[in-house]
Design a protein. Structure first.
Length: 101
């Protein structure tokens, strides 16, 4: 039987992407503001995705990436699924966003 490893505490690893953001995949699934659709919307900018999400006050939200309890096939940022806005789990989290000037 496979043992599930616990999530990594914030700041324990120093593996940043080129923009300095860490823990982008495989700790917990990331709940997003985007509303679920069968296909990726392919909007031109992140601002367009934000406007699209804000236009729908309630929907099934996209969850991206894999969690620590999932197999390695799911431990990548492009993996996506959906869940109700009120769904809570130890395998899902969210990322804080700061607007840049």
């Amino acid at each position: 039987m496979e043992t599930v490893q616990p999530p990594v505490p914030v700041d324990q690893l120093d593996a940043a992407n080129p923009r300095g953001v860490r823990h982008m995949s495989a700790n917990v699934r990331e709940k997003t503001m985007s509303c679920w659709s069968e296909r990726h919307l392919g909007l031109a900018t992140t601002s367009a995705y934000l406007a699209h999400a804000q236009a729908k006050p309630t929907c099934r939200r996209v969850a991206k990436g894999g969690a620590y309890n999932a197999g390695t096939d799911y431990a990548r940022p492009a993996t996506r699924g959906d869940s109700a806005e009120t769904f809570r789990s130890r395998y899902a989290g969210f990322r804080l966003v700061r607007e840049m000037e």
